[in-house]
Design a protein around this ligand. Structure first.
Ligand code: PEP
Ligand code: MG
Length: 572
């Protein structure tokens, strides 16, 4: 039966395909006593054998579709599964204690996991994570429950999930995943941001999609308006096929602006950059006529893997982006882990408020070796292009000074080793904490540039979690309070002769763009897929008029008033 849901439009485009449910299975069980321990051991061994052949299959497919790197994780799982030192004690536990295979598996693996996790050795801690994954697989076979294997997707699907973590998203094969829909999340949750960079249509925050959808049901994802239709009628499919082709025609029109500069009607040039997460995203930046990389979220380099990337690996990635941009600016943001971005191999404390907690630069200050490795890799790569470095989540001027000092230490170290480092690297900060926005005049004396991170700035200013659809009504980019902060930051930068950019999602928002242009923003960095439509818009706008419009917007009381003002102007 047809069911329609409303969510938050997270990534443009229309997808029509079968549902693939990516949901955590229920693996709960009771501890029981068994009489026939021999049969129970056999049941356990069978589950191990099936898990082994399944893992082998996943590894082969992953190698082909996602590459050797991503497939390695499954090799590690196979090693665990074939390790007699782990498997034999489980069988013995069943025999000696007459317990069911599920609880023997749980108890014995808990012991090993506890032991490995307490070791001061990164390699051993990773083995603990492997054991957890393997245990889950064997348990699913014992309980006859299917666990989803996204690496096995080999036909066109719409992925349906409660939420997608950035590392889940990183593992999706864009050839087959045509769209995705989630229960929770907002427009600026990182899964939504990644969907935009992969150019996969997405709707997030539907509340109940996982509850309403069955595996294999047809789904329409309308990432333009935030609608989802489960089990659509033939008429609905025909309608959306038409919307899809109209959207493609519109994109073809925008595409004509690919090699043009971004100049307003009255001749004012601004820079339209792209936000990227991996060197592979450069293809999209170039295809969409990006004039710079305004935000390289380096944390994605640390995700979807089992250990920290080495200095060499990082150097190669940064070099690829810098040389790929061929002298155009590349703003690289240092590691911003925490909040909704976690690493399986980095044990972060469980926090009540992870977005207010131990994340980004705070975490780097506490893990100086980790930070130093990244800074060295960046500095080494600096000779391959136009590098600008920025620090995330800066709240105080002293934090900036400390980060800068660590960068200078790393530079001195490299120079002493005889390694060449560019001496024209600009150094900036993200403005995403209200304290930094309010004190922008002081920061502007010490930094080379600002990049306004509205995704976080809005959540901290409005005290509304960017991931939480229940409070998404408070997530108001056009609220005059936000606009005033943005204006303060731009003015403070200009007063000191510095430039101000924006790399939050607001920079590519079609209602915000006229206001930002009017407020004097120098650089707009957005999902690559938003660049051409923003260029098309800016070419139709007069910057002097937009300055007046922005001044008027700053004097409004509500977000609705601001939107009405902009709409009135654009309708004229
Ligand atoms: C931001 O906060 O606006 C930003 C660009 O950073 P992130 O979305 O990665 O937190
Ligand atoms: Mg941020």
């Amino acid at each position: 039966m047809v069911k329609e849901l409303k969510g938050i439009a997270a990534s443009d485009g229309i997808a029509i395909a079968k549902a693939y449910l990516l949901v955590e299975p229920d693996l709960s069980f009771d501890k029981t006593e068994v009489a026939d321990t021999e049969a129970e051991v056999k049941r356990f061994q069978d589950a191990v054998a099936v898990s082994g052949s399944e893992l082998g299959k996943i590894r082969d497919i992953a190698k082909e579709s996602l590459g050797e790197d991503k497939a390695q994780i499954f090799d590690a799982h196979l090693l665990v599964l074939n390790d007699p030192e782990l498997i034999t004690p489980i069988s013995e536990n069943i025999t000696n204690n007459k317990v069911n295979a599920e609880s023997a598996l749980q108890e014995t693996t808990d012991m090993f996991i506890g032991m490995f996790e307490s070791m001061d050795n990164e390699y051993m801690r990773e083995r603990a994570a492997d054991i957890r994954d393997v245990r889950k697989r064997v348990l699913s076979h014992l309980l006859n429950v299917t666990i989803p294997n996204p690496a096995l997707i080999d036909e066109e699907v719409v992925v349906v999930a409660k939420d997608l973590t950035p590392s889940d998203t990183a593992q999706l094969n864009r050839n087959f995943v045509k769209g995705f829909v989630t229960d929770i999340g907002g427009r600026t949750s990182h899964s939504a941001i990644m969907a935009r960079s992969l150019e996969i249509p997405a709707v997030v925050g539907t509340g109940e999609i996982t509850h309403d959808t069955k595996e294999g049901q047809m789904i329409i994802v309308d990432g333009l308006e935030g609608n989802v239709i489960i089990d659509p009628t033939a008429d609905q499919i025909a309608h959306y096929e038409k919307v899809k082709s109209d959207f493609a025609a519109q994109q073809a029109e925008w595409n004509k602006l690919k090699n043009e500069a971004t100049v307003s009607k009255d001749g004012h040039h601004v820079e339209l950059g792209a936000n990227i997460g991996t060197p592979e995203d450069l293809t999209g930046v170039i295809a969409n006529g990006g004039e710079a990389v305004g935000l390289y979220r380096t944390e994605f380099l640390y995700m979807g893997r089992e250990n920290f990337p080495t200095e060499e690996e990082q150097y190669e990635a940064y070099k690829a982006v810098l040389s790929g941009m061929d002298g155009k600016a590349v703003v690289v943001r240092t590691l911003d882990i925490g909040g909704d971005k976690t690493l399986p191999y980095l044990d972060l404390p469980h926090e009540m408020n992870p977005f207010l907690g131990f994340r980004a630069i705070r975490l780097c200050f506490a893990n100086k070796d980790l930070f130093r490795t990244q800074l060295r890799a960046l500095l080494r790569a600096s000779v391959h292009g136009n590098l600008k470095i920025m620090f995330p989540m800066i709240a105080t001027v002293n934090e900036f000074r400390q980060a800068k000092a660590l960068l200078e230490d790393a530079k001195a170290e490299l120079l002493a080793e005889g390694v060449a480092v560019s001496d024209t690297i600009e150094l900036g900060i993200m403005i995403e904490i209200p304290a930094a926005a309010i004190l922008a005049d002081q920061f502007a004396k010490e930094v080379d540039f600002f990049s306004i991170g509205t995704n976080d700035l809005i959540q901290y200013t409005m005290a509304a979690d960017r991931m939480n659809e229940q409070v998404s009504y408070l997530y108001q980019p056009y609220n005059p309070s936000i606009l005033r902060l943005v204006k303060m930051v731009i003015d403070a930068a200009h007063k000191e002769g510095k430039w101000a950019g924006m790399c939050g999602e607001m920079a590519g928002d079609q209602t915000a763009v006229p206001l930002l242009l009017g407020m004097g923003l120098d650089e707009f960095s957005m999902s690559a897929s938003s660049i051409l439509k923003s260029r098309s818009l800016i070419k139709r706008l007069d910057r002097t008029e937009m300055a007046k419009l922005a001044d008027e917007a700053l004097q409004q009381a509500t977000e609705e008033d601001v939107v009405a003002l902009v709409n009135k102007y654009t309708a004229e």
